[in-house]
Design a protein around this ligand. Structure first.
Ligand SMILES: NC(=O)N[C@@H](CC(=O)O)C(=O)O
Ligand SMILES: [Zn+2]
Ligand SMILES: [Zn+2]
Length: 430
């Protein structure tokens, strides 16, 4: 059946599109983009006042299935993704069991096909059980469709092991995505090491614990030629290292989360809000400002949420006992619009580049463009819709957001995956 999207402002920097026009979709693909299009039979949608962009992809999401379904599962996590405007997410492998072989990859694919509300691109672990000791079955996982490799949740401690991971990954044309954390230096650190950790009386997680691994992995990228993607970068110095690597021509990219852009260590007060306990930790206000500059100047490639759901009982405890992580799928787009687009710091083209184009490039996915022949994965945004983040408003099973109470502007209203609506007028299509 055909579908005609009308009257929306269509934005796609890949094809230089930034105007009001119509999009005709048939059999899951875009068949025509233009004005006064002819559609003999089908459904028309009037999207006046809305923006249509290539479907957003969040390349860093913890769906928790298999093994931690009390926190989230593939059904609930992809519902949250649809609500947030995403047509696809890259699932992290720190499940139970860890996704470190082809069976794990096939399980995620099968569950996503059965119950998913968006596309799910599985990533595979670099090392068995994320232990950093023995390589995982990387070739087998690549053959079964894992899109990249990562031990996210942990840093790969040994440089020799990391070198082997990168040697292998590059043979399969996949990127290695790294959670940079030197365990010996970070120890049991809870929050950024500095004035705030001292004031709150908590063990510090020093910036150097992240920066040392960023520097090491850039050196290993130079040695192996393997594409390297730095996950959830948090510091100004770390970002400068990425800038220098890019200037040298190395295949290095990086991502940042909205919570590291719009929150900082000063937000952790004597209320000890465990929703603000994330890994890597919220850094200084100066770091957050530098990261925003990186978003503006193009040094940061992708916006990701690192959606890390946890149950109420796991977070409702002493700060030191709570697990690291906050959810993000349902607030990311609105936070980016509220703080950066509507304030004029970036435009929609830049946002689309970071939330739709770059993630597909880094994961080596087929590009989605608003042009004839492309798969019809599209996100429709109401840029003016004002709403407040509330703990009972999430499609996710979890509510551990650091932004509860925030007043935001902009939200996805409709999402199309392969031409089918997964979100319509803000409601998930059942
Ligand atoms: N980011 C977090 O604070 N937690 C993540 C792990 C991770 O992304 O490192 C999780 O799995 O809960
Ligand atoms: Zn991580
Ligand atoms: Zn993560």
């Amino acid at each position: 059946m055909a579908l005609l999207l009308k009257n929306a402002h269509v934005i796609d920097p890949q094809v230089g599109l930034d105007e009001t026009c119509e999009i005709l979709i048939r059999d899951g693909k875009i068949v025509e983009v233009g004005h006064d299009l002819d559609m003999p039979k089908g459904v028309e949608r009037d999207l006046g006042g809305k923006i249509v962009v290539p479907g957003l992809v969040d390349m860093h999401v913890h769906l928790r299935e298999p093994g931690y379904e009390q926190k989230e599962d593939i059904a609930s996590g992809t519902r949250a993704a649809a609500k947030g405007g995403f047509t696809g997410v890259c699932a992290m492998p720190n499940t139970l069991p860890v996704c470190d072989n082809a069976v794990g990859v096939e399980y995620v694919k099968a569950r996503a096909a059965a119950v998913g509300k968006c596309r799910v691109y599985p990533s595979g672990a670099c090392t068995q059980g994320l232990k950093g000791e023995i390589l995982s079955e990387m070739g087998d996982m690549a053959a079964h469709g894992c899109v990249a490799f990562t031990d996210d949740g942990r840093g790969v401690q040994g440089a020799g092991m990391m070198r082997r991971v990168m040697d292998y990954a590059s043979q399969f044309g996949k990127a290695v995505m790294v959670h940079c954390q030197d365990d010996d230096l970070v120890g049991a650190g809870q929050v950024n090491e500095g004035v705030v950790s001292t004031r709150l009386g908590m063990l510090g997680w020093p910036a150097e614990g992240e920066e040392l691994e960023i520097q090491r992995d850039i050196a290993l990228c130079r040695l192996t030629g393997c594409p390297l993607h730095i996950q959830h970068i948090t510091t100004k110095r770390g970002l400068d290292m990425v800038r220098a690597a890019k200037a040298e021509g190395l295949p290095v990219t990086c991502e940042v989360t909205p919570h590291h852009l719009f929150l900082c260590e000063d937000d952790i007060t004597d209320e000890y809000n465990t929703f603000l306990k994330v890994n890597p930790p919220l850094r200084t206000a100066e770091d957050a400002k530098a990261l925003i500059e990186g978003v503006v100047d193009g040094s940061i490639d992708a916006i990701v949420t690192d959606h890390a759901p946890h149950t109420e009982f796991e977070k409702n405890c002493e700060f030191e006992l709570a697990p690291f992580g906050m959810i993000g799928l349902e607030t990311s787009l609105a936070l980016m619009n509220t703080h950066l687009v509507s304030t004029g710091k970036i435009d929609w083209n830049r946002l689309v580049q970071m939330m739709a184009v770059a993630p597909r490039e880094i994961l080596r996915l087929e590009p989605v463009t608003i042009a004839e022949g492309s798969v019809a994965d599209l996100t429709v945004i109401d840029p003016d819709l004002a709403w407040t983040v509330t703990s009972d408003g999430f499609a996710s099973k979890a509510a551990n957001s650091g932004f509860i109470g925030a007043e935001l502007t902009g939200r996805a209203t409709d999402v199309y995956v392969g031409g089918y609506a997964t979100l319509e007028d803000g409601e998930i299509v059942e």
